[in-house]
Design a protein around this ligand. Structure first.
Ligand code: HEM
Length: 205
């Protein structure tokens, strides 16, 4: 690996946490306000919509679109490279590595659909997003199931990514530290996907 490759890999790794991972956390929190009722969700949307365009659009481009495009496109390049360094790990780690790749691909396709439709076609076309719209949309069982898988896949990719991030950056070095971070990542996975899935069911309640 050349020096440049090393630094790009490091930026790729970091971008998965800051800003994309933070955005995922914020996004799951926002959609989960529906747990307090449809009005609470609509209030969250109104709150976000109140951010002036001159701030929101550059923020969306700089803090979300560019990092996500970089992470997704370079991530696809990494995932397509044949050398899977799985040899040194046990069976569970191998499976986690494989799942990290699979969830990357599902998230990739899901985000094109999710962002393309809701952000560009619906919102970009001038239709405001609110509870009623999400209720109608998610009432289609195929859409609901694909969204549920998309949510769990993105959360797994992020939380297992937090674990590999700690290894990549030398934060969790020994087997004990790595075991601890792995368990914490599984805990975060259970929490985020549990809350997210529960919220998803409220849209069709
Ligand atoms: C919700 C969106 C996403 C988030 C929050 C996210 C987050 C992360 C995190 C935290 C890591 C761990 C970095 C590390 O191990 O040091 C990671 C790794 C990775 N991501 Fe993503 N990611 C997202 C979307 C994607 C997409 C769309 C792809 C493209 C197919 C992708 C491909 C990858 C790959 C291949 C790795 C492993 C890199 C390696 O082995 O060094 N990710 N991601």
């Amino acid at each position: 690996m050349s020096n440049t490759d090393f630094y790009i890999r490091r930026i790729h790794s970091l971008s998965g946490i800051v800003p994309i991972g933070f955005f995922l956390l914020e996004h799951i929190f926002s959609i989960s306000t529906v747990l307090a009722g449809p009005q609470a969700f609509d209030a969250t949307v109104a709150h976000l919509a109140a951010i002036p365009h001159e701030i929101l659009i550059p923020l969306e481009i700089i803090a979300i679109a560019i990092p996500l495009l970089f992470h997704g496109i370079y991530g696809a390049y990494i995932a397509l490279q044949a050398k899977n360094n799985v040899g040194d790990y046990g069976y569970a780690r191998n499976r986690q590595f494989w799942l990290q790749r699979m969830t990357a691909w599902y998230t990739f396709a899901f985000l094109i659909w999710h962002v393309g439709y809701l952000r560009f076609m619906v919102k970009g076309g001038g239709t405001p997003i609110n509870y009623a719209l999400m209720h109608d949309y998610l009432s289609n069982p195929i859409v609901f199931v694909l969204y549920a898988i998309g949510l769990v896949a993105a959360v797994y990719h992020f939380t297992n990514g937090l674990f590999t991030f700690c290894i990549t950056w030398g934060i969790a070095v020994g087997p004990r530290a790595q075991g601890f971070v792995n368990k914490a990542a599984w805990g975060l996975f259970a929490l985020m996907s549990g809350v997210g899935l529960l919220a998803l069911t409220r849209y069709i309640a």
